[in-house]
Design a binder for this molecule. Structure first.
Ligand SMILES: [Ca+2]
Ligand SMILES: [Ca+2]
Ligand SMILES: [Ca+2]
Ligand SMILES: [Ca+2]
Length: 459
């Protein structure tokens, strides 16, 4: 029989599918059907196929795969974006190796419906190759990363490991939703192996969004974002918990927080946290630092930061640039240091607009704002309570060039061991404190007001 063009097409397609095993769900998707470490139909085979064929951008695990015990790292070296849909499979591996390593500079790696558990090193490592200048995006949706000896997720731009060697000029974008990052970093010898860690250097930004996600009981920081040189940090955390991180750390290079962000070099830091719990962490709940040129902007709304070992929230801004914070419906109870601590240094202002804040039984001040260097301090606080703290209810200070303007409205300050409200304006400039319906019950150990260089007006 003479072959038709249609039958020839079938033969060609079947032959091509035979060459690129395992089986294909579509032309650019590989279906994983085996739970074995390697071999036909395995996840390792699928990733190897994607390493060789840039048309493959999708790997799907059949929901019957169940559990895969790896004997070595799954290494994705492809340069194309890749999405792995895990079918709720569980990937583990007892040896001292990272479970999934992405090293080819793919613009996007996306994992969904996958459980990555109990590995001997990190869960997912994205190692950005030298010379990369584009954005590298990492997306986790319905992913759990639990019980890794090292980081749960580590995105690293450096050639020689954490923050050392030569960095690329890539930007890093991370999106996490409906996920769990829990109990990672248990190695007794590795340092700074956080639940989620981004090491970004050189040109480029860090852009992070964490939604509906639990990041808990990691041995080091829950989340650590380090951005250096030119570039900004934008981070948003919502409907999430970052509790109990940094506890049980036996290496102790540095105390660890729920959320730790460090931005340095030119560029800003912009963090929004809303509807979140950041409590019970070893050091600070939220610890953000912006250095050199650029501003720090912090927005907290409906956030609980309690029972952290040091400050509930700590913001530090240094170098040129200002610090601005909007705080509403924030609770800070029984932290080891201040409930809220904002410090701005060098050129630039510190401006804080806060309402509905409860700061109680903290180890030092309920609220501490400190502005030094050129620039002014502006603070408005409405509908707030700062009570039963071990030092002052409120300590607000402005130094060097610049003015101080504080307005308190419907604020209750009582039961603090030292002063109720301590406000200090030193060096040049003016100091003004306006109180409206502010209740300062004389239950403070050293009296109600301690004003230095400040004129108080009660309206
Ligand atoms: Ca940078
Ligand atoms: Ca900066
Ligand atoms: Ca500054
Ligand atoms: Ca000043």
């Amino acid at each position: 029989m003479k072959p038709t063009w249609a039958s020839l097409g079938v033969v060609i397609v079947l032959g091509w599918m035979h060459l690129v095993t395992p089986s294909f769900a579509s032309a650019r998707s590989v279906l994983v059907t085996s739970s074995r470490d390697a071999g036909r139909g395995s996840l390792r085979d699928a990733i190897a196929a994607a390493n060789c064929d840039p048309r493959i951008d999708h790997i799907e695990l059949d929901h019957r795969v169940g559990s895969i015990v790896l004997e070595s790292t799954l290494l994705y070296t492809g340069t194309q974006s890749l999405r792995i849909e895990g079918g709720w499979a569980r990937i583990t591996g007892a040896g001292p190796f990272d479970l999934l390593l992405v090293s080819g500079g793919a613009p996007s790696i996306s994992l969904a419906e996958l459980r990555i558990e109990n590995g001997g090193r990190a869960g997912l490592v994205v190692s950005v190759p030298a010379g990369t200048t584009n954005e590298i995006a990492v997306e986790l949706c319905h992913v759990s990363i639990r019980g890794m000896a090292a980081e749960g997720l580590h995105v690293d731009e450096y050639t020689d490991g954490i923050g050392t060697g030569v960095s690329t000029d890539a930007s890093i974008r991370l999106r996490i939703s409906d996920s769990v990052i829990e109990g990672n970093g248990a190695s007794p010898t590795l340092d700074d192996v956080d639940g989620i860690r981004i090491d970004e250097g050189g040109l480029g930004d860090v852009d992070v969004e964490i939604v509906r996600t639990r990041i808990e009981n990691n041995v080091f920081d829950g989340v650590e974002l380090d951005e250096t040189d030119e570039g900004t940090v934008h981070a948003m955390v919502a409907f999430s918990t970052l509790d109990g991180n940094g506890v049980g750390n036996t290496v102790m290079n540095e105390p660890d927080d729920g959320l730790d962000i460090d931005e340095s070099g030119p560029g800003d830091l912009d963090l929004s946290v809303w509807l979140a719990s950041v409590s019970g962490n070893f050091d600070q709940g939220i610890d953000v630092g912006e250095a050199d040129d650029g501003d720090a902007m912090l927005s907290l709304s409906w956030v609980e930061t309690s029972a952290n070992g040091q400050e509930g929230t700590k913001l530090g801004e240094s170098g040129a640039g200002s610090a601005t914070a909007h705080v509403s419906a924030v609770t800070a109870l029984s932290n080891g240091d201040d409930g809220l601590q904002f410090e701005e240094d060098d050129a630039g202002d510190l401006s804080v607009d806060a309402s509905c804040v409860t700061s109680r039984a903290n180890g030092k001040d309920g609220v501490k704002l400190e502005e030094t260097g050129a620039g002014s301090l502006r603070f408005t606080l409405r509908h707030a309570r700062s009570t039963d703290n071990a030092d002052d209810g409120m300590q607000l200070s402005e130094a060097n060039a610049g003015d101080l303007a504080v307005a308190l409205d419907d604020v209750t300050v009582t039961g603090n061991v030292s002063k109720g409200i301590k406000v200090k304006q030193s060096s040049s400039g003016t100091g003004a404190l306006t109180t409206t319906a502010t209740v300062v019950v004389d239950g403070n150990g050293s009296g109600i007001y301690d004003l230095n260089g400040v004129v108080r007006t009660d309206v």
